[in-house]
Design a protein around this ligand. Structure first.
Ligand code: NAD
Length: 415
């Protein structure tokens, strides 16, 4: 079977939005392709003395609203089209949150699981040596993504600072706290998503103190969502799953105890006083809130008619197929689309840049308050557009974001 080309998916989504907005063809053509792509070869000295040449990319999609921003992925199956698609989505996500930023993404084809720390450090530094002219706090600001982490960001920031001859913490975000990272970055994605859930619950007339929640995936996004659902709302988490299977308890689960169990046993399954549930059945539970926080394409035309949740909060990227979207919309399920729901991460990354510029760091409480404000405003802009155009929440998120990018292009005289 032909592999799904993510970039053609991203282009189709834009085409659909262009139709809704009646976008002129010149503007549409510009927005369909990245403004700049950098392709590099990275000859890295391996621990055994040999040299291995890796391929790397940085795609800067559109900078009409400000310097571009987006993560760097180290992945064995990375492709230029995946990076292009992710760069496009970063453009729309930053615009939707009204951040003064454009969108970008980077990738290196490599398998970090088979590389030593020394090899990874040399690869990270070389990647920056090859692209440094094109990035910078006022040009393009990378961040961590799949298989890169705060340590990778620390090496990259250090390399860039050495090349330009001064400390430049603001060139990259997702850094460790000791060298310019931001408080509140760890749980920013889940926290931001839950601020939108709070607003959605008001819209749907759900009392969150009595609400039931099911969560697919128990990593950074899933665990923090479970923990915060309890502490922020007092909701009951009735089901949790990971790649090995799921658990259900009508009485509710203690997120911290489940995390401890997963750390000890490698999975959430077999947690005491629960019954097993499959990942498929979890999605179809009769709960108030369903949070996919693992994989893409898990809600399809096959199971969408059976979804009973009132709100689907997409912390994962791309969990719902376009066909399923239509079904959920017709059935009155309120979907908080991925590039709104999981935008808390990039929002706090933006706060990190701002703090680096200021050379003054906010307390966690201030980060939370500012994140809440951004997420709440973004949620309501999408809800309003969904009502104004009679379109689903995902299409509405596109409409808000693309309109803002187009406005900036017009103001700058590009179209
Ligand atoms: P993670 O690697 O920390 O956790 C992923 C979890 O999903 C793990 O618990 C894993 O066991 C589970 N999983 C894997 N396969 C599964 C399956 N078949 N069924 C059920 N569970 C399965 O990843 P994460 O950072 O929590 O990211 C999860 C999703 O959220 C991804 O789609 C990611 O793109 C998205 N996201 C995360 C962030 C972030 O800041 N962490 C930001 C934006 C989007």
């Amino acid at each position: 079977m032909e592999k799904l080309n993510l970039f053609s998916v991203a282009q189709k989504q834009l085409d659909q939005c262009a139709k809704i907005l009646n976008l002129d063809s010149n503007t549409h053509e510009i927005l369909r392709v990245p403004m700049r792509e950098i392709h590099v070869s990275l000859p890295v000295r391996m621990d055994d003395g040999s040299i291995k040449v890796f391929r790397g990319f940085r795609v800067q999609y559109n900078d009409a609203r400000g310097p571009t921003k987006g993560g760097i992925r180290f992945h064995p199956e990375e492709t230029i089209d995946t990076v292009r698609a992710l760069a496009a989505w970063m453009t729309w996500k930053c615009a939707l949150l009204d951040l003064p930023l454009g969108g970008a993404k980077g990738g290196v084809i490599c398998n970090p699981k088979q590389m030593s720390q020394g090899e990874l450090e040399r690869l990270s530094r070389l990647y920056i040596d090859r692209i440094w002219q094109f990035i910078g706090p006022e040009k393009d600001i990378p961040a961590p993504d799949v298989y890169t982490n705060p340590q990778t960001m620390a090496w990259m920031m250090d390399e860039y600072s050495k090349i330009v001859g001064k400390n430049q913490f603001g060139v990259i975000t997702g850094k460790p706290l000791g060298i310019g990272g931001s408080a509140g970055r760890d749980d920013a994605t889940a926290r931001g998503g839950l601020y939108t859930v709070r607003e959605a619950a008001k819209e749907c007339g759900i009392d969150l103190r009595k609400a039931t929640v099911a969560i697919q995936g128990y990593g950074n996004a899933g665990y923090n969502a479970a923990s915060l659902c309890k502490t922020l709302f007092g909701s009951e988490i009735v089901a949790i799953s990971d790649s090995k299977g799921g658990i259900f308890s009508k009485k509710g689960l203690d997120p911290e105890a489940v995390l401890e169990h997963k750390a000890k046993t490698g999975s959430v399954i077999n947690f005491p006083d629960t019954r097993p549930i499959s990942n498929e059945a979890l999605l179809e539970l009769d709960v108030d809130i369903l949070i996919p926080a693992a994989l893409e394409n898990v809600i399809t035309d096959l199971n969408a008619p059976k979804i009973k949740a009132k709100i689907v909060a997409e912390l994962a990227n791309g969990p719902t197929t376009p066909e399923a979207d239509d079904i959920l919309y017709k059935n009155g399920v309120h979907v908080i689309p991925d590039f709104l729901c999981n935008a808390g991460g990039v929002t706090v990354s933006y706060f990190e840049m701002v703090q680096n510029f200021y050379m003054y760091y906010w307390e966690e409480k201030e980060v939370h308050e500012r994140l809440d404000k951004k997420m709440t405003i973004a949620y309501h802009s999408v809800l309003d557009a969904s009502k104004e155009y009679s379109i689903n929440m995902r299409q509405a998120a596109y409409v808000v974001a693309v309109k803002r990018v187009v406005e900036a292009m017009k103001l700058r005289g590009w179209v």
